[in-house]
Write a protein that binds this ligand. Structure first.
Ligand SMILES: [Mg+2]
Length: 348
């Protein structure tokens, strides 16, 4: 994998040449609605969505250049993809499937139409992969930088929506996928940026880091886990998506549910690629999994009776259980207990 630096050959088009409505038309004309719930899409004052008396899940997220992403190594196409999948992930976290999004962008005049088309091409790929319709949004100007706001809409699975607050004593604590990869991918990209600033002709070969970079630049939402719940007739008792690192999310679940937990360090799933990167960067893998963030995996609790079904799914790891005390404990591999709240996850 190579970082593509922007080429300066093609003539670029100012947005002023086609105006806001021309821009909206240009960016959205290839989005074709696929969900029956989408009654009216882009082109009127509002979209019309018919969820047929089902609860509607709505979630909004905003991404700001320089705060949430750095365009010197974040390709716009990937940014569009990530903006959509991270929003879909919030609907998954409610035990729902996302069916519509609105996308609003604020752009400075340094962005030309070609760049925005790149951004929307990533948005389109995500919409196609997740069967989501783009039904509206806004484009406006910003004095500096790029801001993207995505609102995701969906409906809960048949078993109903799941909140953060339903965890019961002795419930299993389960996580999907592996943790820490996205943060480690970011470390590689930040390092290469520093190298590039010193020596712009340096062409880094990032093949060895492909998987973790992909976790950072092109994360996926876990629709597959929601479908698994539906097929296996499992309803989690509480759930959250891991956007800020395992420790902060487990604290949210426990505090909302008025419970404590015991997590086993040796059960936390970390990929082989992440372990290798940790060694190279001299980082503690558990700390990265607990504090890294942006993995967009699901963290949830289920009743003990679901253990067999959970264990049979290779995408899921049981990492601990809910306790009646309010203490949130990590049992280290060494056998030592530490309080999760004292791990200082905020230092990242
Ligand atoms: Mg969330």
């Amino acid at each position: 994998m190579r970082i593509e630096m922007p080429k300066k050959s093609k003539k670029l088009t100012d947005i002023a040449e086609i105006g806001e409505f021309g821009l909206i038309e240009l960016l959205t004309k290839e989005f074709i609605s696929k969900n029956d719930s989408t009654q009216l899409s882009v082109g009127d004052d509002a979209a019309v969505i018919d969820f047929n008396k089902k609860n509607t899940l709505i979630s909004t997220d905003m991404l700001v250049e320089g705060v949430h992403f750095d365009l010197s190594y974040f390709p716009l196409k990937h940014l569009g993809y990530k903006a959509i999948t991270s929003s879909i992930s919030d609907i998954c976290a409610m035990n729902g499937i996302c069916s519509q999004v609105t996308v609003s962008v604020a752009i400075s005049n340094r962005f030309k139409i070609e760049s925005l088309k790149d951004l929307y091409s990533g948005i389109k790929v995500a919409c196609e992969n997740y069967n989501v319709d783009l039904v509206g949004g806004d484009t406006t100007s910003s004095n500096k930088g790029l801001i993207i706001s995505v609102t995701a809409l969906g409906v809960p699975s048949e078993s109903g929506f799941v909140k953060r607050s339903g965890a019961k004593t002795n419930d299993l604590i389960v996580v999907s996928g592996t943790l820490g990869g996205a943060y480690l991918g970011l470390q590689v990209l930040e390092r290469e940026k520093q190298v590039f600033l010193v020596n712009p002709s340096n062409k880094p070969d990032l093949t060895a880091y492909k998987n973790i970079i992909q976790k950072q630049l092109r994360p996926e939402a876990r629709n597959d886990i929601i479908e698994f719940f539906q097929e296996s007739k499992i309803k989690p008792t509480s759930m959250i998506d891991i956007s800020d690192g395992l420790s902060s999310e487990i604290i949210h679940l426990c505090k909302s549910s008025n419970k404590g937990c015991k997590i086993y360090e040796d059960k936390i799933p970390i990929s082989h690629d992440s372990l290798q990167a940790c060694e190279e960067f001299n980082l503690e893998p558990t700390t990265i999994a607990l504090s890294g963030g942006e993995d967009y995996q699901l963290l949830f609790t289920v009743a003990q009776e679901n253990l067999d079904q959970i264990q049979n799914n290779l995408n899921l790891s049981v990492i601990g259980h809910i306790t009646s005390s309010k203490e949130m404990i990590l049992l280290e591999k060494s056998g030592r207990n530490i309080m999760i709240e004292s791990l200082g996850w905020k230092s990242f």
